[in-house]
Every structure is written in structure tokens, then in C-alpha cells.
Design a protein around this ligand. Structure first.
Ligand code: DQA
Length: 151
């Protein structure tokens, strides 16, 4: 499977940004964690990474993934999770299975706004609160979902 791992605003400095909340490990740890979680199954997965601080660039990248025939998306939309109708509208039509990811447990954070997700209704599920491991668990969930869809 080809899986796009898409990161939104302020996730380019992962590992450096507020490590008490988001951890001190960067995205470069994700392939190794996917290997740990999927074991031999990891060989059937090709990850593509993209990060942007801009809402439009994220939507452009999702449209490109659709054109390219990417199988699914693991998406940490950062703060756009809680604000972006535009990103939600994109997920609503592109027809790519998507898992929503958060490093932190957004439901346990103090700002009530973080408990609202605009994209939530357009994703197959959510993984939140496991730090960088959230991405690997999301890839695993997406692979199981894609496997179950095979005829
Ligand atoms: C986040 C949670 C969001 O509320 C926040 O705006 C982020 C990161 C997370 O991964 O925990 O930028 O998506």
C-alpha cells in the first residue's frame, strides 16, 4: 500500500516544539516504529511524508494523493483539525480512507476547542495520545482497514 503521512501546521518542528506535550522524537522515528508494529507486514507499506503550515498546501497534497492513486492517508492536521471546514470538505470528496492522528490526547487537553474536530466525521477513525507512536498505530489501523476491503 501507498500511504501518505500528512502533517499540518507547526508539526515541522516535531521533537523540538513543546516536548512536554508533543514529545522529543521527530518524524524520522516513524518508519522504525511502523516496522516494530507491523513486523514483516511493513514490507508491503510505502510511506510518503509531507508537512505544510498552510491549509491550501495540505488540500493540494490530498488532491495529488487522489490523482496518484495513494491507498490511504494518516493525517495530523494540527490546529486545522479544530478550525478547517476547507480541509473537512476536501476529505469529504476525495474518497481516500483517512485516519486522524494526534500526538497528544486532545480529549484530555485543557482547551475545550481541542475536543472539537471538523475532520472527524470524514475519517475512518482516530488515534490520539500516544506521542509519535500514534502515527505507527494509525498506519497499522489503516493497513488492517485496507486488507479488509480486498475482495
Ligand atoms: C495536535 C493537537 C492539536 O490540538 C494541536 O493544534 C497540534 C497538534 C497533536 O498532534 O496533538 O498542533 O494535532
Amino acid at each position: 500500500y501507498r500511504i501518505l503521512v500528512l502533517n499540518g501546521p507547526n508539526l515541522g518542528a516535531l521533537g523540538v516544539r513543546q516536548p512536554d506535550i508533543y514529545g522529543s522524537v521527530g518524524m524520522d522515528a516513524v518508519p522504525g516504529l511502523v516496522g516494530q508494529v507491523l513486523g514483516a507486514g511493513a514490507s508491503g507499506v510505502k510511506l510518503e511524508f509531507f508537512q505544510s503550515n498552510g491549509e491550501g498546501a495540505l488540500i493540494d497534497r490530498l488532491e495529488q494523493a487522489r490523482r496518484d492513486g495513494v491507498d490511504g492517508v494518516v493525517l495530523n492536521a494540527g490546529a486545522y483539525t479544530h478550525t478547517s471546514l476547507a480541509l473537512a470538505d476536501c476529505l469529504a470528496w476525495i474518497g481516500l480512507p483517512c485516519v486522524e492522528v494526534h500526538l497528544s490526547n486532545v480529549l484530555a487537553r485543557s482547551e475545550p476547542l481541542r475536543q472539537k474536530s471538523y475532520i472527524g466525521r470524514h475519517v475512518i477513525g482516530v488515534v490520539a495520545g500516544f506521542g509519535i507512536t500514534s502515527y505507527a498505530l494509525a498506519v497499522q489501523a489503516l493497513v488492517l482497514h485496507l486488507d479488509a476491503r480486498q475482495p
